[in-house]
Design a protein around this ligand. Structure first.
Ligand SMILES: Nc1ncnc2c1ncn2[C@@H]1O[C@H](COP(=O)(O)OP(=O)(O)OP(=O)(O)O)[C@@H](O)[C@H]1O
Length: 339
């Protein structure tokens, strides 16, 4: 693979499972080499099915998929040698030690002797597991197990790493530590990473580019800032106090609309909402106009657009709603929460 070839390039993937569930419906994903790409979507959106196809564990009904420059459908063996996979469920043997797990994994990839021992020690140190290397994995905390999972995926120095929901089930501290580690892998080591997540914050923090997936296809794609930028500006919400007489909504709207950078002014009873290019800067002006027109403000909130707003715009429903709908029939232990 040349450094400029995409790490992952898949187009028009479709897959319907026996029983008629359409998991993928024209899915496409391109990951530039050396970058972190996030597939973001609620449970059931088709993220895992996409990863299974790209990691050669499933075949699509139609479409193309290339990973590390190899055709995943025609040369799955070549793809397997070039990738590391950290699945949702840990692949580590709980009744073996951390070091034994790494040595076994290395042997599966043809590493032997001192080269293998050195690589295992390197990864144990790298993932802060040296002190626990001789302990059975079943005694590890959730965060330690997840770090070992990532180390196992890296033993054979893959070019492309697939992380399927890397922080589901971790406490906030372990999640932050894992985020730092993932950023370092892409930054310092030039690894290409495709991660799937249904944590909005995780995609925002880690991924240079994000594809928002809904019902088996990409509904929006770009950098986190590009996606949020499409919503143009901050949301400003104000609660008005009761006034003796009615507020002249039309007059207020006309006065506010005349400000550069304030738009989409909406009155809803005693609530006013608007979009502003720079919310904090607009608030004093908006307050002054309202006071001048006899409307008194009880509270003000300014919110930056979130990926949830982006999701709402493209998928037509809130992320948490979609997640809840998909997980309603899934056992609680298997379902995470959207953030
Ligand atoms: N082996 C299977 N047989 C039948 N249906 C399946 C199978 N695997 C997945 N599905 C269905 O395909 C759809 C997409 O599932 P997929 O696991 O790819 O989504 P996801 O976005 O990864 O969600 P999750 O985070 O819950 O894994 C869902 O409706 C799911 O129920």
């Amino acid at each position: 693979m040349t450094t400029h070839a995409p790490a992952v390039e898949a187009h028009d993937l479709t897959k319907t499972y026996p029983g008629g569930v359409t998991a993928l419906d024209g899915m496409a994903v391109t990951v530039a080499a050396g970058t972190v790409f996030g597939l973001l979507g609620p449970n059931g959106a088709g993220k895992s099915t996409t990863v299974k196809i790209l990691t050669t564990l499933a075949r699509p009904d139609s479409g193309t998929a290339a990973v590390a420059g190899h055709d995943a459908l025609r040369h799955p063996d070549r793809v397997r040698r070039a990738i590391g996979v950290v699945a949702q469920k840990s692949g580590a043997d709980p009744v073996a030690t951390g070091r034994e797990n790494l040595l076994l994994q290395g042997r599966l990839y043809g590493l032997r002797g001192t080269a293998l021992a050195r690589r295992a020690d390197e990864l144990l140190a790298r993932f802060d597991l040296t002190g626990a290397a001789g302990r059975l994995v079943r005694t590890y905390s959730g965060g330690m197990q997840r770090r070992l999972d990532v180390a196992l995926g890296l033993v054979h120095r893959p070019q492309v790493l697939f992380l399927d929901e890397p922080t589901t089930g971790l406490d906030p501290e372990a999640r932050t530590a894992m985020w730092e580690e993932i950023s370092r892998l892409a930054g310092d080591e030039g690894l290409s990473i495709l991660l799937t997540t249904h944590y909005l914050e995780e995609a925002d923090r880690l991924a240079e580019r994000i594809a928002i997936v809904d019902r088996g296809r990409v509904v929006a794609e770009g950098t986190p800032d590009e996606l949020k930028g499409e919503l143009r500006g901050d949301a400003v919400h104000m609660e008005l106090r009761e006034t003796p007489g009615p507020v002249d909504a039309q007059l207020l709207r006309a006065a506010l609309d005349s400000f550069a950078g304030v738009r989409e002014v909406v009155f809803d009873g005693r609530r006013l909402s608007a979009r502003a290019d720079d919310g904090p800067a607009a608030v004093p002006h908006v307050l002054a106009v309202l006071e001048r027109e006899g409307a008194h403000v009880a509270s003000v909130t300014v919110a930056r657009p979130s990926l949830d707003d982006v999701y709402l715009r493209y998928a037509g429903r809130r992320f948490a709603e979609a997640d809840a709908a998909a997980t309603a029939s899934v056992p609680a232990a298997a379902a995470g929460g959207a953030r």
